[in-house]
Design a binder for this molecule. Sequence first.
Ligand code: ADP
Length: 462
Amino acid sequence: MLKRKISFINFTVIVCGLIIAAGTICLLLMQKNLIKEDTKYLAYTELAQEVKRAKKNIGFDENENPYIKSDFYDPEEKDTYNENVYVFLQSRDGSFLDGRMPDDSRTGLDIGLQSLTKVTFQGERYYVATRRGKRKNGTEDDSFYLVCAMMSEQAVKENYRGLWHQSYLVIGVVGAFFILFALLLRYLIAVPMRQLNESIKKSGENLDFTDSLEYKGCFKELQMLTDANNHLYQRVQQELERQEEFNANVSHELRTPIAVMHAQCQVSREVAEKKQDKEAIKSIEVFERQTNRMKNLVDQLLQMTAIDRKGTTFSMEDIDVRDVIESACDDIAYIDTKQITFEYSFQPTIIHANMNLIYIVINNLLSNAVKYSNEGTKIYVSCGEKDGKSYIRIQDEGCGIEKENISKIFESFYREEKDRNAEGFGLGLSQAMKIAELYGGGIYVESTKNKGSIFTFFIPKP
Ligand code: ADP
C-alpha cells in the first residue's frame, strides 16, 4: 500500500521544479522573440546610419567612378567608426566598386535596392541595407550605383550577450535557491517525520510507550501530530500498566486457592485410596490434573508479568548451555510417552543470563517439539556460537506449522486450530520470545507442514 504513495516532499519538489522549469522556458522564449525583433531594429538603425555617413564621404575619380574617401575608415574616429559594419559600393548589376567587405573579398552582392535584408555570405548570415548612390552633381540615379552596408547577425547579437548572461545567471540563482529549498524541506519535514515514524514503529514493536516523542522543529502541524501521538502513548501505556497490574493481581490472588486445592487433592486422594474408592480416585485425578494446569498457567502469567515489568532485575550468571539442555531433555524424557529419541550436536556455548529464564526457554521449545511430534520420531538439539551470537537449535519431525500461521505463534494465547486439544495455553512461545528479547535476541522459525519445524533461539554474545 505504502509503495503506491508518493512522498509529500518529493511531490512538492517535483511540482515546484515543474513550475520553475515552465516559467523559465516561457521567459527564455519571450526573451528570444523580443531579441529577434530588437535585433532587426538595431541592425536597421546601425546600417542606415552607416550608409548615411558613407554617402557623405563619397568621392569621384577622373572617370567619374565613385569611391569611399579614406577618412571614412579612420579608426581614430571612435564615435563614428564601427568595425563590424562593412560599407562598400557596388554597381546595379552587383559588381563591386569600392569599400570594405568581410574577408576583404571584393565580390559584391547579388541584391538590388533593399531597406534591410538578410543574406548568406561565405557561410555566415548578414544583415544588408542598400541605398541609391548620388552622382557627382548630386542627383540620384537608379541605374548608377548602390551604397551598401552589411553587418553579421552574430555581431548584432553580441549586443545581447550581456542580457543572455544575466538570464543564465538568474536561472542559476533560481536553480540554486530551488535546490536549497528542496534540501531545507527535506531537513525540516522529511527528517523529523522519519524520526517520528521510526520511533512510533519501535514503540509499537516493543509495546513500550514510556518514552514520549519529541519534535524540535518549527512546524505547527508536526508539533500537533507529535502531541497527539504523545497523548495516545500516555493512554496506551496507562492501559498496558493497568492490564499488567490486573494480570499480576489475578495471578497472585489465584496462587493461594490453587495451592489449597492442590493440597486438598492430595488429602482426598489418600482418603480415597484408603477406602479403595476407585470412582473417587478417578475423579480426584481429573481434579488434580486440572489444578496442575491452572497452577502452570498462573505461574507462566506471573513470570511473564515479571519480565514485562520495567525495573525487574534478574540475577545473571555464566551458563553452560549444554548442561541446561541436557537437564531439560532428561526432565522431558522422564515424562515422555512417545518414545522420542534426542540427538545432540553441541559446541561449547557459554551465555551470560538468568538461569531460570534460560531454562524456561529451552523447556518451552523442547516440550513443544515433543508435544507436536509423532511417536518414535527424533528431535535434533544443537547449540553453538556464530556471527557474534549464541544459539540453541531444536529440530523436530512433527506436524509442522501452516505457513500463514508462523507469524502468529508468538502471540499470547495463540494456538493453531488443530492443536486446541493438546495440552497448553498458547503462552510458551510468547514467553520464550519475551525472554529472548530481554537479552537483545530473538527466535526464528522454519517449518514445513507435516514435515517438522526448526526453532532457533539466539542471543548476542556479551
Ligand atoms: P502451546 O502451549 O499451545 O504449545 P506455544 O506458545 O508454545 O503454546 O505455541 C503456540 C502454537 O505454536 C502451538 O499451539 C502450536 O500450534 C504451534 N507450535 C509451537 N511449537 C511447535 C512445533 N514444534 N511444531 C508444530 N507446531 C508448533
